[in-house]
Ligand binder design. Sequence first.
Ligand SMILES: Cc1ncc(COP(=O)(O)O)c(C=O)c1O
Length: 381
Amino acid sequence: MAGRLDGLGTTIFAEMSALAVATGSINLGQGFPDTDGPAEIVEAAVAALRGGANQYPPGPGIPELRAAIARHGRRFHGLDYDPDTEILVTTGATEAIAAAVLGLVEPGDEVIALEPYYDSYVANIAMAGGIRVPITLRTPGFRLDTDALRRAVSDRTRVILLNTPHNPTGTVLNPTELAAVADVAIAHDLVVISDEVYEHLTYDGPHIPISSLPGMRERTVRISSAGKTFSFTGWKIGWAMAPPDLLTAVRTAKQFLTYVSGAPFQPAVAVALGLPDAYFTGLCAQLRDRRDQLADGLAQLGFPVHRPQGTYFLTTDLGPWAAADGVEFCRALPHRAGVVAIPHQVFHDDKAAGRFLVRWAFCKRPEVLAQALDRLRAALG
Ligand SMILES: Cc1ncc(COP(=O)(O)O)c(C=O)c1O
């Protein structure tokens, strides 16, 4: 029997993780840090567990966390959201995105999304019965083609699903690109679902939430999470911020997905969001160094590097290491060099656009990145 999600399961991550284990490879495939976040935040979670935060928390999230999310948005981006009516705590950004798409997209609606896609978008749009309309970020530069965006709108378009900083390309949308998205959204009365989980990981300039642009707050669901900002990707505490009418749609979907999220982690994330500025700038500086370490090392090996402006990931072309495509290259690499990376094709509808591109995660300790580069040098150099 055919299902709506047939063929959408992304098996490459499981395959590559299994290959990493089987070959003893360094896994630069999946995006999680190999160092935990601040010890004091772990202690806050332990205290919450010991203090009895072990039953269902309130559906929208505990009041301290919603207040902390509101303060964080004001402090870093000048955004003003009411914690009682405009903020919802979710099980990671993953659930916030799913709930926003399920709550706001009707069967047959078109959803414009940046391609290559973060993997859950395709499945979420299919779950809602929507139709995805890609805007492809292409080399060189992976910039947003604003003319293509304008052409992509039809009378069935309902949502633009935005992701900046963008996984996997590392593009951070600039003010001109954001203004173009806002113009299109306002002109066609569209909702923007904006995935900003890497909001603190921008290396060459600030992150600008699209909801801070004139006319955008009322039509945007801004989504972020604690995973990348605090290096606790396994805690899965995320949030959506939106005006009450949009947030009600997201909350209704969330209610029937998980009902509530991570009781003992919520107070800990509330503490984390109040960490001093030095924490946030320190994390960003650390990841900028790691980006440069991996980018410089791969460039020395001859890989044409697309240096990202944000996220955990950088992309290279195959250059002199050409294979039939990125999938073939990545399948061989663990055996050949003891390193795992991910081919861009799996994030694309337009397989040709991603055919020779490979994504490498740099959210690892410097000695691990150095070892990965040594292995690549020994095998390829
Ligand atoms: C672009 C993007 N959105 C969402 C997520 C998921 O975030 P969370 O772990 O908070 O569910 C990720 C994680 O890799 C991501 O890269």
